[in-house]
Write a protein that binds this ligand. Structure first.
Ligand code: FA5
Length: 331
């Protein structure tokens, strides 16, 4: 009977149950057979005893075989179930990437690094002296109205409105020659629209040496524009005004969409403004203890958002800080 019942078993659980039922040490059927021993005669005992042992050994052998068989089958089933098809295409993991503004900063600073400029970082919280006075913008100067300021404490501490204070700090800390570019955040209390943010990024540039002319400024910035936007873009300089440069100029590049013929994105002028620049004002040199008779230099400042908008054809500045993945993934 035990062997008949063993035959169809095909799970470990059923097999263990069978084991307990027939071979179990407490209430197994073989065990209860042994309880007849005391009632047998002296002659019968060894015969029956041997018989029981033989049956036990046989059952144990069958049990062991069945165990092996089940183990083998379960292994095969598991192998079948967990089979990996290595020819299936993999699932792509979403990979993050650099923010378009970080990438623009990297591209711009790398171009200037190749021209011998080092990259330095400045402070976002500045004082009035470095943001304004040192740059030839005294307290009552109308140029202060050009950059509406967030004050941190009345009249002294502010969120920098431009990266230009790093011109002063760099010159205060080192002797000429100087060649630095300074990327970073700036803040202005502005009305926000498609091209104006209250927090945006600028990259400042400063070069000071014994020999330096407006031609060097133009050559350097033209080279930058061509490396950044492509050799086919033209540049032009327009006279401008900044209190800390004299003369001052803004640089435009030809519109990449209409090739200078005029379209909506360049307001039908054919040109796009990308930066302010000029020869460092002698008063600024005096403020940091440089001799304006011996040294001269040029400086420039560009808006990173505007550069990125031109380069990637983006019409809305607020997209950069909106954290919308649909936008970020496209770039
Ligand atoms: C300046 O900030 C001067 N410090 C630049 C400079 C440096 C001139 C060194 C001479 C020598 P301006 O205010 O024009 O200049 O700003 C420079 C650039 O910042 C602009 O051309 C524009 O690209 C960007 N910009 C200005 N205001 C905003 C704004 N609200 N949102 C986004 N970009 C802005």
């Amino acid at each position: 009977r035990a062997l008949e019942e063993l035959e169809p078993i095909n799970s470990s659980a059923d097999l263990e149950e069978w084991d307990t039922r027939y071979l179990g040490r407490n209430r197994g059927e073989l065990k209860s057979l042994s309880s007849v021993m005391p009632k047998l005669t002296k002659e019968e005992r060894p015969v029956v005893g041997q018989r029981i042992n033989a049956v036990k050994t046989a059952l144990e052998r069958h049990l062991q075989e069945k165990r092996e068989e089940l183990k083998q089958r379960e292994l095969l089933l598991a192998l079948e179930r967990e089979r990996i098809d290595v020819t299936l295409p993999g699932r792509a993991l979403p990979v993050g990437k650099m923010h378009p503004l970080s990438r623009t900063i990297l591209e711009v600073t790398e171009i200037f690094a190749r021209m011998g400029f080092s990259v330095v970082q400045g402070l976002e919280v500045e004082d009035d002296y470095h943001n304004f006075q040192g740059l030839n913008i005294p307290t009552d100067h109308p140029a202060r109205d050009m950059q509406d300021t967030f004050w941190v404490s009345p009249e002294q501490i502010l969120l920098r409105t431009q990266t230009s204070p790093m011109q002063i700090r760099t010159m205060e800390q080192s002797e000429p020659p100087v060649r630095v570019v300074v990327p970073g955040k700036v803040y202005r209390n502005e009305d926000i629209d498609a091209t104006h943010e209250a927090m945006f990024h600028q990259i400042e540039g400063l070069l000071i040496d014994e020999v330096c002319t407006m031609a060097d400024l133009k050559g350097c910035l033209e080279r930058f524009a061509h490396e950044m936007f492509g050799p086919e873009r033209r540049v032009r300089f327009r006279g401008s005004y900044f209190p800390f440069t004299e003369p001052s100029a803004e640089m435009d590049i030809s519109c990449g969409l209409c090739d200078g013929k005029g379209c909506r994105s360049c307001k039908y002028s054919g040109w796009l403004e990308i930066l302010g620049s000029g020869m460092v004002h002698p008063q600024v040199l005096r403020n940091v203890g440089y001799d304006p008779k011996k040294y001269r230099g040029f400086a420039f400042g560009m808006g990173v958002e505007r550069i990125a908008m031109l380069k990637y054809g983006i019409g809305e500045i607020r997209l950069f800080s909106g954290n919308d993945l649909r936008f970020l993934r496209q770039l």
